[in-house]
Design a protein. Structure first.
Length: 736
């Protein structure tokens, strides 16, 4: 059982490492972008702790075939729990109301003929090279070759002055590249637009061409910009003017012949040929009748309203002419592929490629690469867009590329993902060395034909709400999930950006793509625009948990991860557990976020999830059932010690989330005997709040953690090393 076999230090160390470079540990996630994926190592460990015998540190690296075990996930999202269950031989059942989530998990698990896929992808790229390859070439400033490859086109937003009517540029700053991954700082001259490489950006000197003083800071800030022609202060954005216009200001390129003896990157100001090539491709696009390019309007929403403020009204307006032509031609080539699974794989590739092929991408001046549109899980509209090479630039070695955001990048990632499905592995550390452990006999998929007879596994994926799930009673051995967190990122609003393209191109035998949008009024997230509040979230979670509890065999676990900065966001899950007739037998901490992510690094947010284990019958260690805040604080400290043994360096935010987990677990324990399932939702939420307050609440518990808090950093700076301590459980149990 998980409560006895789970090894917090071991799993914490594994999960923390995975989250730093997740695609190296679980390449399958590269099939398509999804948000906030929890570590596969965590779910593998949970399943093995429940269904196998022996120390988890040993069984984790052994092959398993758990045939006859059935696992469901009512909120499959990116599919991690189902992938891990499928890999070890379990039958899987998954639900998600979002068509993109359903499609992504289907593509992750569905078997693919890799040779046929690679051939079709190579042919697609070759044909695109013939049709639009010349629009991604530029003249090298060193050798004069006109066949240098453009990595990135850098643009700046422009606007017309409301007073003089002349166009001006919205430069927030003129620094194009820092001197970290390039020998010198690269600064755009605000007067003539020439690129200047200087050693000190605090004293940049004068432009080498026009001799005007260089400066790093730009005129556009706080939604105000002074017109350089008349001095009038203009506000931006201006939605009445329509989508933003842009001017190309810089190019980063790659010259294979010059690169061996060149230090740093290649930058240039666009020349006349670069500008005329763009004018030509834009003219080609205006003369093209789109067959697959979407024309849907962008609906209102918590995230999409930001696009409306910038004048975007249709999804296609977030792309320039070169991008639209290349994507339309890509769709037409994909539509000609006869093999349905290969076509769907390429359609999925195109959907994922959209993240980099749009005018909301930004150029990272430190890392010198394109940041995809979802790098901050929203729709940030930057003033300096970055356009990536659509085709990609292979580097000569198999699977390596120059730059990011092109077809060659996406195809290589997808091929690695599907190859991993055929031969999954684990990465462990021994004496400071990284070791790749192949796990013979395990595989991910619906079937494989490398054996006689072919092996098939139960894979049942549903595009629909799990509030309507119909699973036979007592037929599941486990429910394992990462549910939505109240008021989280609006995934449906973001995924529509891809969905409006994919639904035109992919072949789905079901009806997942019948809807015009992935949005659904029954989605279990807080959303101010749609009026979805805490009551809506609570009632939906309760319905799902009740259905899952009925489908579970007696005593089988419902396991889920949860993480939120606000304690009241935990109330709905406590209500759902009690309504389902379950008891929380344990709550375990585990790293689940990447400490270096844009959202986490340098903040007081937590990277730690609470893993809740719930059952209809079972037992709990007597020492974990407490009523006083000082005793609860001791449980929190014990969890911190376990995490630290796994080389997690906890912060104040981590302590907060661990505390919340124990408060919720104990509130459930103390309320379960007299819980009234037919009470109103507000009444139930009030009961949970009172039970947590009676336990001392977060403040009461943390008052006994002052010594621990004073010794821990407020902000996240996480590292990972191998752990050595094994988690122990008190054997003095209380049955329920």
């Amino acid at each position: 059982m998980i409560e006895r076999n789970f090894d917090i230090p071991f799993v914490a160390a594994m999960a923390l490492r995975e989250k730093q470079i997740q695609q190296n540990y679980r390449p399958v996630i590269a099939v398509h972008k999804w948000f906030a994926r929890r570590p596969g190592t965590l779910f593998r460990a949970l399943l093995l702790a429940e269904f196998t015998q022996g120390p988890l540190r040993e069984t984790y690296f052994q092959p398993h075939r758990l045939e006859g075990i059935r696992v469901a996930d009512p909120f499959m999202g990116g599919g991690t729990p189902l992938i891990e269950a499928n890999r070890i031989g379990c039958g899987i059942i998954g639900y998600d109301i979002n068509p993109m989530a359903y499609w992504i998990v289907r593509q992750e698990i569905e078997r693919l003929d890799l040779d046929a896929y690679r051939l079709a992808a190579a042919q697609l790229r070759q044909e695109l090279e013939k049709q639009v390859g010349r629009f991604y070439r530029t003249r090298c400033l060193e050798c004069g070759s006109p066949e240098a490859y453009v990595k990135y086109f850098i643009w700046v937003k422009t606007q017309h002055c409301v007073k003089c009517g002349r166009e001006f540029e919205l430069f927030p700053g003129y620094l194009l590249a820092e001197n970290r991954r390039h020998p010198l700082n690269v600064i755009i001259c605000r007067n003539c637009g020439e690129l200047n490489e200087v050693p000190d950006r605090k004293a940049p000197g004068d432009c080498r061409v026009c001799t005007q003083p260089l400066q790093v800071s730009g005129p556009a800030r706080h939604n105000r910009c002074t017109c350089p022609h008349c001095g009038h202060i203009n506000s931006y954005p201006n939605p009445a003017a329509g989508p933003p216009t842009h001017r190309m200001v810089a190019i980063e390129y790659h010259c294979p012949s010059c690169k061996p003896h060149h230090r740093g990157r290649f930058f240039k100001k666009p020349d006349g040929d670069d500008l005329s090539r763009y004018a030509e491709v834009e003219a080609m696009w205006t003369q093209t009748t789109p067959l697959y390019t979407p024309d849907e309007e962008i609906p209102a929403g918590d995230e999409t309203d930001r696009l409306h403020r910038w004048g975007y009204r249709r999804y296609r307006e977030m792309f320039n002419g070169r991008q639209l032509l290349g994507l339309e031609l890509s769709c037409r080539l994909i539509a000609k592929v006869h093999d349905e699974r290969v076509r769907n794989a390429l359609a999925t590739n195109l959907s994922d490629l959209l993240r980099y092929q749009n005018m909301l991408c930004r150029y990272d001046t430190m890392a010198l690469k394109s940041l995809d549109i979802f790098s901050v899980h929203g729709f940030p509209v930057g003033l300096i867009p970055c356009e990536s090479n659509l085709l990609g630039i292979p580097n000569g070695l198999p699977g390596t590329n120059v730059g990011s955001g092109g077809w060659s990048n996406i195809v290589d990632k997808y091929a690695r993902a599907k190859a991993y499905c055929e031969n999954p592995y684990e990465i462990r550390y021994q004496n400071g060395r990284k070791i790749l452990d192949k796990i013979p006999g395990e595989w991910i998929g619906d079937y494989r034909d490398s054996t006689i007879p072919a092996e098939r596994r139960e894979v049942r994926l549903h595009c629909g709400s799990s509030t309507l799930a119909e699973i036979p009673p007592a037929s599941l051995d486990a429910v394992v999930t990462d549910p939505p967190y109240f008021a989280n990122v609006q995934y449906a609003e973001l995924m529509d950006f891809c969905y409006v393209w994919l639904r035109r191109l992919a072949i789905d035998v079901g009806d997942a793509f019948r809807r015009m949008s992935t949005r659904d009024p029954n989605e279990l997230t807080g959303n101010a625009t749609l009026g979805r509040d805490l009551n809506h979230f609570t009632e939906g979670m309760s319905t799902v948990f009740r259905r899952m509890a009925q489908a579970l065999k007696p005593g089988a676990p419902l396991v889920f991860t949860y993480h939120h900065n606000a304690i009241d966001a935990y109330y709905p899950i406590a209500v759902a557990i009690l309504d389902a007739g379950l008891t929380c037998s344990a709550c375990l901490p585990c790293p689940a976020e990447m400490g270096a992510s844009i959202h986490i690094n340098g903040t007081a947010s937590s990277i730690v999830d609470t893993v809740f284990i719930c059952r209809s019958t079972g037992s709990v260690p007597r020492r974990t059932i407490v009523t006083k805040p000082e005793d609860l604080a001791r449980l929190v400290l014990a969890d911190l010690e376990q995490l630290q043994a796994g080389d997690v360096k906890p912060t104040h935010g981590d302590i907060r989330c661990i505390t919340y987990g124990h408060l919720v677990r104990l509130a459930i324990w103390h309320l379960r005997a007299l819980w009234q399932k037919d009470g109103t939702t507000p009444e139930k939420l009030t009961l949970i709040a009172k039970a947590i307050a009676d336990l001392g609440g977060p403040g009461g518990v943390q008052s006994y953690l002052s010594d621990a808090l004073s010794s821990l950093p407020r902000n996240r700076r996480a590292t990972a090393h191998e752990a050595t301590t094994i988690y122990e459980v008190d054997t003095d149990e209380i049955p329920f």
